[in-house]
Design a protein around this ligand. Structure first.
Ligand SMILES: [Zn+2]
Length: 238
């Protein structure tokens, strides 16, 4: 099956939203994957501000495990096709991901907005010190790392109940895009699930993923299959 390259005019602006399906093609377990590591944990115990206050060691144990799992993952052809298109279109392409791994960066994407944070970054829970690169494992009996200010260092992750990052910039890009893509994202996690409907008021909307998304009706066209198989043809230079 060959997909015709997408027609992109010189005035088009693209917004790409990527989700767990793109990382899954690189072997990173998805939230709902029953074989995935999440099945051993309840998200209430490891991925909420309440969980952090109650048991920061358990939270760090969980994210240390995810770091260990993700550290050997490699970008797949979907990440590479997106990075190549980004280099071709420069600032006419806005890449927003729900994924916390660094596979877009490893594929060469010049800029990725991580609305749910980054697995390989940490930050102070209290002061304004910016997030910093961190691939350390903090598993028991390791102590919780501390900032110079004395507060605890936490994963740079947007937990359930917290507001996703960079939403002002994301909505500005949605407002100005002419072509919107949802890639490997199920259309169930808000606010990302509403981006397509937001963009559909003025942009052409496309979906790429293995199965129809929950918000299917807001898409003008769906490409069903693996993103790593579809995107290299779809994003090929005409
Ligand atoms: Zn601090």
């Amino acid at each position: 099956m060959n997909t015709q390259p997408l027609v992109i005019s010189p005035t088009d602006r693209l917004f790409l939203l990527t989700g767990a399906g793109v990382s899954a093609e690189s072997g990173i377990p998805t939230f709902r994957d029953s074989n995935g590591l999440w099945c051993n944990y309840r998200f209430e115990d490891v991925a909420t501000p309440t969980a952090w206050r109650r048991d920061p060691k358990l939270v760090w144990d969980f994210y240390s495990m995810r770091r260990r799992e993700a550290v050997h993952a490699k970008p797949n052809p979907a990440h590479q096709a997106i990075a190549a298109l980004q280099h071709r279109l420069a600032d006419r392409l806005f890449l927003c991901t729900q994924n916390i791994d660094n596979l877009h960066e490893l594929a060469g994407s010049p800029r990725t907005v991580h609305m749910h944070g980054e697995l390989f970054k940490s930050r102070c829970e209290s002061c304004s010190r910016p997030p910093f690169d961190d691939s350390q494992l903090y598993q028991p009996p390791a102590a919780i790392p501390r900032c110079d200010c004395g507060a605890q260092i936490r994963p740079h992750i947007c937990w359930f109940g917290e507001v996703p990052y960079d939403l002002d910039e994301i909505y500005a890009a949605l407002d100005h895009c002419t072509i919107f893509f949802a890639i490997g994202t199920s259309g169930t996690v808000e606010p990302a699930a509403s981006f397509a409907a937001h963009a559909a008021r003025h942009a052409k909307t496309y979906y790429v993923g293995p199965e129809p998304p929950a918000n299917l009706r807001v898409f003008r066209q769906c490409f069903l299959g693996r993103a790593g198989q579809i995107l290299p043809d779809l994003f090929a230079a005409p």
